[in-house]
Design a protein around this ligand. Sequence first.
Ligand code: NIG
Ligand code: FE
Length: 409
Amino acid sequence: MRDAGILRNTAVAVSKGRIAMIGAANDLKNAYSNAEVIDCRGGVLTPGLVDSHTHAVFGKPRFEEHEQRADGLDYMEIAKRGGGIHASVRDFRQRTEDELYTLAIPRITELASYGTTTLEVKSGYGLSIEDELKAMRVIGRLAERQPVRIVATWLGAHEIPHEYRTSEARRAEFIDLLIDAMLPRVVEQDIARFADVFCEPGVFTIDETQRILEASRDAGLGIKLHADELKPCGGAELAASLGAVSADHLAAISQSGIEALAKSDTVATLLPGTMLFLGKTRQAPARALIDAGAAVALASDFNPGTSPTVNFPLMLTLGVSQLHMSLAEVLIAATVNGAAALGLAGETGQIAPGFAADLALFGIGDVRELPYWYGARLCVGSWKAGAPCHPYETGSNLHHRSPEVVPTG
Ligand code: NIG
Ligand code: FE
């Protein structure tokens, strides 16, 4: 992760949705004399950002919890009182598929306007067979119709719904329902690429997580985990031993969890916006993970409870400022490693011949400005497989923030 391979004065040729050639503009103009030319005006072109962890399909926002936490109530305490994920579930179940689809569109358009071209979206606010299938259908429609690349994850195991929290037997019934009834229906619909579980003390135990994920893996899905977010419980170790594509959160990962991920192919996906928004002072040990040899990705965790932001580049800022990552590390974490966390490492996340032409253009003259102007929307255009994703704002002044780095050529 030390070298992001940054090039200057470079042009990119795109053909049939893929990167065909990279080099000096004149060489490319000779090689592709009939090509349409898009002038990036000395801006910074990156691989389209890969946001590998979101809960972007939901109904109402939950701003009341923000203030409750400021007042001293903890995330898990709010959940125990029927708020948190439970509040989103009650709301989600009342909404129609069309309504949820319509609510998601502007949120996704906004996510894309910050440079994200690949977006993972999880279900997980339905928690009944019908409502989880509804969520998966909404994600499927978005994947078909929205310009970003969308990867669907089934998160039926996001919470134990209230109606199953009345006894141990009822709890066991919910696990059986997930494995025997919900999973087969999700697989039959062929929309989910991954299954995920919120493995956390008070939510799903290690044993329950293992059962659900093994069944999902056997049914042909890739697997992911919400692991060691608030308290350490062996989630990272389980992710590595199951061959999960990613273990996400990890703010409370143990030393043995760090070692297990470093030895595995499981990507450590860190979500610094969540810890920031929840008001936690602790962040995931990105340095220890990277230095031990783990592949680290960054993601937004966009959701109505713990990370209501569409601004993925802000996670790069937090990566540098709070996780002590270098510029190269945050760039790789938001592109190459995000793609690996979605099983797409050979398809997107790099500007290299043969890769999909997923590109984001930023109105800055130096790539270090991307995490620097924090909170700003710097993306002025993006493309997925060569087609516009966030339409190029050609009228904007790309270099007004930092006139001294305006390139001359
Ligand atoms: O990734 N931790 C569990 N799930 C989400 C939060 C979902 C919610 O609060 O609505 C997360 O932070
Ligand atoms: Fe999450």
